[in-house]
Every structure is written in structure tokens, then in C-alpha cells.
Design a binder for this molecule. Sequence first.
Ligand code: RET
Length: 232
Amino acid sequence: MDSATVTVLWVTSLIMILCTLVFTYRSFRARIEIKHFYYLTALITLIAATLYMTMASGYGGIGLNGKVILFGRYIDWVITTPLLLMNLALIALPRNFPSRFAVIGTMIAADVYMIVSGLGASLIRSNFRWAFFAVSCAGFLAVLYFIIVKLTPEANVRSGPVQRHYSTLAIMLIALWVCYPIVWILGTEGFGIISLLPEVILYAILDVLAKGAFGFVLLSKPGVLLEAERET
Ligand code: RET
């Protein structure tokens, strides 16, 4: 890795730490019923900060056939993407929703499958990696199915403010998440159209938006979160 790439990784780690501090500080003032949203959001950026730090210091990547594979990002994603989905699902589904646990659990299982098979695709250098890419996309489609077909209709029968907050977050999440496989295809693990530095920059921007900005938007309406936590 050249020094520019290492710098981008350190700077991103720092941004994630700052987000974590802000989210944690704000959790102190939050009402007890909605503190878990703050904790989840802070944990997400803390995990990202840790993995960015690991990658920046050279321990989150390996050299494979002359290429650097930053597997650290998959360790980050395999923990943080389930937490992001949980945050969204807890707004859509009321506390007493009968299959709340089953819906969230199955969606998270598909998400973990997506990331783990994506890691497989990145570690395989032959064209067989595209088979892993394809099954990872299938996992992604399953996650999108859960959001669009399971969560959205439930959110749409809730109060106006909860509906609006949910739909802002769901649109933001889907718009950002679809960019990841596109960067993968363009980057060093896919067709290699862009080199490692622009790839790292693009993922860093996406990660800051999908974790940090998403967190700020989510926590910007504590009143709505409180309403979402009510029984129905
Ligand atoms: C990979 C490559 C294989 C195909 C697909 C992918 C999708 C990754 C996604 C990642 C989302 C990450 C987030 C991180 C934290 O904020 C693994 C790139 C479909 C959707 C949101």
C-alpha cells in the first residue's frame, strides 16, 4: 500500500472515532426507551474505526498474487451491516410485532451470507470468484426483499412521522448499499478498472455516509424514535 492509501485509511478511522464520540455523548441525554438506537449507532462507527485502524497499520490486508486484498473491510461489514439493518427494522416493526425476531434474524442471516460470500469472491483470484460474486448478490437481493416487502408495508401502517422517518432511512440505505457491489466490480477485486487508492477512497466515502451520515439522520428525530418504540 502506498502512503496516500494509508493516509486515507487513518483519516477515515479518525472520522469514525469522532462520530462514535458524538453518538455516545448524545446517548447520555437520550430517553431510556430509545438509548439502544444511540448505542447501536455508536457501536457501528466504533467497529469501523477499529477496522480502519487495523487496515491502516497493515494488519487488515494480505498480498495475493501481487495484489493487496483488504479483508479487514469484510470483518467490519459482517458486524456493522447487521447492526445497521437492526436499527432500520426496529423503526419499521412495532415492539409487539409477532414475528419481529424471525424477520430481523432471517434478514440478518442473508446479510451475513452476502458479506461472507463477498469475502470468498475477493480471496479467489480465478474467474471462479464471479460465482461467489453472484451468490453474494443473491444474498443482497434477499436483504432488499426483506426491506421492501417485509419492513416497508409494516412501516407504512404506522403514524405519519414514523413512516416518513423510516422511508428517508430506507431510501438512504438502499441508495448507498447498491454502490458497494459497483465499486467491487470496478475495483482491484473485480475487473481492476480502478486502482487500490480510488477504490479505498470510494469505500471510505460510502462507509462514512452509510454509517456516520445514516446515524446522524437516524438520531436526528428522537421524538419519532420514541413513537416507533411504542407497542403498536
Ligand atoms: C460485495 C461484493 C459481492 C457482491 C455484493 C457486495 C455487497 C456489499 C454491500 C456492502 C455494504 C456495506 C456497508 C457497510 C457499512 O456501512 C461484498 C461488495 C452484493 C452491500 C453498508
